[in-house]
Ligand binder design. Structure first.
Ligand SMILES: [Mn+2]
Length: 199
């Protein structure tokens, strides 16, 4: 499996698989197909804009919680339905949701986190597609917080995060002072539990 990918072994149980030019879609193709939203996070009792735009697109039973907020799913646009089919085939995972993030410029970013929401089950496979500007994707060990490396995720690249990657490591998208064009990241996920079971 994944013969065409570069395998990056983070540990005995955690692997990344990278295919630098996996998708032929253009940035414009992807940006137009998504209904982008500005969301807010609560910080010290204040409502603060997230430093990016986003959209949660998923099958009707898949809700998503981030930073204590529950998001209702949006319907699948045709383009993303096709990508989901292709990625489910490649990964042998029945993806039923995608979190789309739009980093408009170098100020937009994503802090350290793991994709370990309980909705995703124990050791989720996450398929991450990037379009537009190349941004730095950093990795660190969850226990020690030691940085272990970074990848440049360029246009059309597909990164699979597999095994115990989410349990053992955190990742982030760093801010940059460079002038950078926008970047879109689509992370396909398989939501296991139904929202009703934990609310
Ligand atoms: Mn993530």
């Amino acid at each position: 499996m994944f013969e065409t990918f570069e395998k990056i072994e983070l540990s005995a149980q955690s692997w990344l698989f990278l295919a630098p030019c996996w998708s032929q879609l253009t940035y414009q193709n992807v940006v137009q197909t998504i209904d982008w939203e500005q969301h807010y996070i609560q910080l010290f009792g204040r409502s603060v804009k997230e430093p990016r735009l986003s959209a949660w697109i998923a099958d009707p039973h898949c809700s998503y919680r981030y930073s204590g907020q529950r998001r209702a799913p949006k319907a699948w646009p045709e383009l993303l339905t096709q990508l989901r089919t292709d990625l489910s085939d490649v990964c042998q995972v029945p993806f039923n949701s995608v979190l789309a993030n739009l980093y408009r410029n170098g100020n937009d970013a994503m802090g350290w986190h793991s994709d370990d929401e309980r909705e995703l089950g124990g050791a989720p496979m996450i398929a991450s597609l990037s379009f537009g500007s190349e941004r730095r994707f950093l990795l660190r060990e969850r226990s020690s917080k030691n940085k272990i490396g970074e990848l440049q995720l360029g246009h059309g690249s597909l990164l699979l995060m597999a095994g115990d990657t989410q349990l053992q490591y955190q990742h982030c998208i760093a801010q940059t002072k460079r002038m950078v064009a926008p970047r879109i990241n689509l992370t396909f996920r398989h939501v296991v539990s139904k929202s009703a079971s934990f609310e």
